[in-house]
Design a protein around this ligand. Structure first.
Ligand code: UT7
Length: 314
């Protein structure tokens, strides 16, 4: 049993193919100007023939290397994804085999809040002593479920993967987390197929989702800091889900955090759903912005709606 679950390594991976706003101008009635002004996105990545597991494998190996542990030492793998490779088996088991682990592995589906749900689940295993070393991954190939004829969604999403290795720790780690769901918003954001024999695409009432996201996430960020007895000054970095720069800045403003203390990767990654937080985290760890001991706030909302936050001492 450990007091805390601590992140001991991060990793990420983006497929090499870049899709710029100018590329989208050629296939949709849109403009670089509109996309940048309304979302903050300039480009995103798109898989060619890589799978969700392929992206997850490279991100996971990078995280294991950063943590200095071998895959054989893992006690559990949780993969958050909305775009699994198959209906079954779980993509997490395909990942387990690809990285050479032998521990239990399962997928977790909570769309854009998937990483926070997976992190919180892993924390419970570590705190009860059921596991000590856990790999938590967010990996998505959303381009497979985007309707490339729908300009209101096609411009938003990107493919990528991010991963963290968690380990039991007596000093520090995840300090606090909160999870919420409200299933009454089904029609606001969904893939409306019957899963088995139809290909469905993301359908979103963007403006409605936008207002709810700002509302819920602003209150949640404020409550999280309050419940941790942490002042804004003690918060080193906000590492939010990357959906829209206007949502991110509204939440930062509400908790009086300057944008200099917010990790933003949206401009280059677009919205990568469950992968966006671990991807942003890994970028800021590797470029030296996030350092050991820093206090980090993760927050995000997505389909369901499901939303949540985690306050983490790195
Ligand atoms: O990660 C999961 C959670 N998802 C989110 O958090 C996404 C939340 N929503 C958003 O980020 C924003 O609502 C969008 C970026 C999707 C849309 O921005 P908006 O400012 O809410 O625009 P809107 O939907 O109110 O549309 C305004 C106008 C409409 O035209 P009319 O009816 O005013 O003539 C749209 O047809 O913008 C039009 N429009 C576009 N124009 C150019 C919508 N998409 C585009 C586009 N290019 N790509």
């Amino acid at each position: 049993m450990s007091k805390f679950a601590r992140i001991i390594g991060t990793g990420s991976y983006l497929p090499p193919k870049i899709v710029t706003n100018h590329d989208l101008e050629k296939i949709l009635d849109t403009s670089d100007e509109w996309i940048v002004a309304r979302t903050g996105i300039k480009e995103r990545r798109r898989v060619t023939d890589e799978t969700t597991c392929d992206l997850a494998t490279i991100a996971s190996n990078n995280a294991l290397e950063a943590a200095g542990i071998n895959a054989s030492e893992l006690d559990l793998i949780i993969l958050a994804t909305t775009t699994p490779d198959k209906i079954f088996p779980a993509t997490a088991t395909i990942l387990q085999n690809a990285i050479g682990a032998s521990c239990p592995a399962f997928d977790l589906q909570s769309v854009c809040s998937g990483f926070i749900y997976a992190l919180t689940t892993a924390e419970q295993f570590i705190k009860t002593g059921a596991a000590n070393k856990v790999l938590v991954v967010g990996s998505e190939t959303l381009s497979r479920i985007v309707d490339w004829k729908d300009r209101s969604t096609a411009i938003l999403f990107g493919d990528g993967a991010g991963a963290v290795v968690l380990s039991g720790d007596e000093e520090t780690g995840i300090l606090h987390s909160k999870l919420f769901s409200d299933g009454s918003y089904l029609s606001s954001l969904q893939v409306s197929n019957n899963y088995i024999n139809e290909t469905g695409y993301i359908e979103m009432a963007g403006n409605e989702v936008f207002k709810i996201a700002v509302n819920r996430l602003s209150s949640l960020a404020e409550e999280t800091l309050k419940e941790c007895n942490m002042s804004t000054d003690e918060l080193d970095w906000m590492v939010p889900h990357q959906a829209n720069i206007r949502i991110i800045s509204a939440v930062a403003k509400r908790i009086k955090t300057p944008m200099e203390k917010v990790v933003v990767t949206l401009n280059k990654h677009g919205n990568t759903s469950a992968a966006s937080i671990p991807l942003a985290l890994d970028v800021a760890v590797r470029d030296g912005r996030i350092k050991k001991g820093d206090n980090l706030l993760f927050e995000g909302i997505g389909g369901g709606f499901s939303w949540g936050s985690a306050l983490v001492q790195f």
